[in-house]
Design a protein around this ligand. Structure first.
Ligand code: 5GP
Length: 203
């Protein structure tokens, strides 16, 4: 069985990464890494599906118990990737989507160099701002903090392997592009060092 790929998808608030990842997850080849967070659920979010919503004390305990592959503090809340589910999904041959921010992405790349880092961007900063105001799920203060954070995040862009733009109403096309990246990566020669041996020795 082909081993799954660790697919890190980062994107500033309003990039539409939730929608795009949702489309990818319709395929059984993909699984989602459900992070732990100390932030409160947004309307419509479900515990255990979007995130594991936990207290700061619980989060601290998981850090101490080495349960997190990586974690970060983003806009005042903690977010972390649970090590156990990452390993299980990859062993099961799933491409595991880690929807995490830039610092976490770089940490994952350091710990797991085989991970693919994809940055999903709105078509422009101006469009991002329109989207954030349009969805009206956050206060003005949170929106401004997230826009400010985007400027910082863009400084990490060159560390990513791919950049994909999510144009309005084009989430399907965006998901197609990510699928194409994943397929190409799996066929990369550097990921198939035993191709010759397998070719000659398989009946
Ligand atoms: P949100 O509050 O909008 O759901 O997420 C805020 C940011 O935290 C997003 O950029 C999201 O991708 C990121 N994030 C979510 N889970 C994790 C995680 O486990 N680790 C890291 N480093 N970032 C995460």
């Amino acid at each position: 069985m082909e081993k799954g790929l660790l697919v890190v998808v980062s994107g500033p608030a309003g990039s539409g990464k939730g929608t795009v990842n949702h489309i990818l997850l319709e395929s059984p080849e993909y699984a989602f890494s459900v992070s732990a967070t100390t932030r409160a659920p947004r309307p419509g979010e479900v515990d255990g599906v979007n995130y594991h919503y936990i207290s700061v004390e619980d989060f601290q305990k998981r850090i101490d118990d080495d349960e997190l592959l990586e974690y970060t503090c983003y806009c005042g809340n903690y977010y972390g990737t649970l090590r156990a589910q990452t390993e299980a999904a990859l062993e099961a041959g799933k491409n595991l989507i880690l929807e995490i921010e830039v610092e976490g992405a770089l940490n994952v790349k350091r710990l797991c160099p085989e991970a693919v880092l994809i940055m999903l961007l709105p078509p422009s900063y101006a469009v991002q701002e329109q989207r954030l105001r349009g969805r009206a799920t956050e206060t003005e203060e949170v929106i401004l903090r997230r826009l400010e954070r985007t400027r910082e995040e863009m400084e990490f862009l060159s560390h990513y392997d791919y950049v994909v733009y999510n144009y309005d109403g084009q989430a399907e096309a965006c998901a197609d592009r990510i699928r194409a990246i994943v397929q190409a990566e799996k066929s990369a020669m550097r990921r198939n060092p035993n191709a010759k041996k397998i070719f000659f020795e398989t009946n």
